[in-house]
Design a protein. Structure first.
Length: 247
């Protein structure tokens, strides 16, 4: 048991060193691209559509820059949470992933409850959502289906009287075997062979725990219902329970 704990500590330390090293290497080219986008945004010949794309790229680059800074401090950023509209954040992520969905020939079904406010850290919440969307895209063969839903539900444990928001992302990919499910949240464990580093879900679980939420993964490799479903429960920032609540 002691050796197992030591092994996990060593893995986490290695992850921290890797994050710090990558952050240093990424920072300089990020600044160069940011400067180039600034020049592009101030070029008078841009069409309205091109300017909107440049603005989106600038915002995304700023988010990447903040993630890099978080990596340098091992994701421990000394700042206060604020109210975040998870529905707005989710819709923005889906817009950014549109090109990936198109290239993968995926059918997207989205049912998103509006004005779903969470008390949290928007950059980290976006990081969690984007990681899960990317995993779903990579796991689903061309012509498959991706279902994304955000709805209100009660906190059946009674810990949060304001209720919960349930985010669910389902794919029709190849599924994950039962023997692998229990290892999915371990650092450096991956089902993607050489394509994955095994840190994505580990980071996602850390972000969800930081927001006092919970995450569950169900998966099947059976032909009739093959695929994976990830569900996250986020505590609501205030009481907005209404007719959209699960019963």
């Amino acid at each position: 048991m002691q050796e197992e704990r030591l092994r996990k500590v060593e893995k986490l330390a290695a992850a921290g060193q890797l994050a710090a090293s990558l952050a240093h290497e990424i920072n300089n080219p990020l600044e160069a691209v940011t400067n180039a986008l600034y020049i592009l945004q101030n070029f008078s010949g841009l069409s309205a559509e091109s300017l909107q794309l440049a603005d989106t790229a600038t915002n995304e680059l700023a988010r990447v820059s903040r993630i890099v800074k978080q990596s340098l401090s091992y994701y421990r950023v000394d700042r206060s949470p604020r109210e975040v509209d998870l529905s707005e954040l989710l819709e923005e992520s889906l817009r950014i992933f549109q090109e990936k969905f198109r290239k993968a020939d995926l059918q997207i079904e989205a049912r998103i409850h509006p004005q779903t406010n969470i008390l949290g850290f928007p950059d980290e919440m976006r990081q969690a959502v984007d990681n899960l969307l990317l995993n779903a895209v990579e796991a689903t063969p061309k012509g498959g289906r991706l279902c994304v839903s955000l709805r209100l539900t009660k906190d059946w444990k009674g810990e949060n009287p304001s209720g919960m928001a349930r985010l669910t992302i389902s794919d029709t990919g190849c599924g994950i075997s039962g023997s692998q499910l229990s290892q999915l949240f371990e650092p450096f464990f991956t089902t993607k062979a050489e394509k994955g580093n095994g840190l994505g879900l580990w980071v996602v679980r850390g972000i969800v725990a930081k927001h006092e939420g919970s995450i569950k993964i169900r998966s099947s490799t059976k032909t009739e219902n093959r695929g994976t479903t990830v569900s996250i429960l986020w505590p609501l920032a205030k009481s907005i329970m209404n007719a959209g609540t699960d019963h």
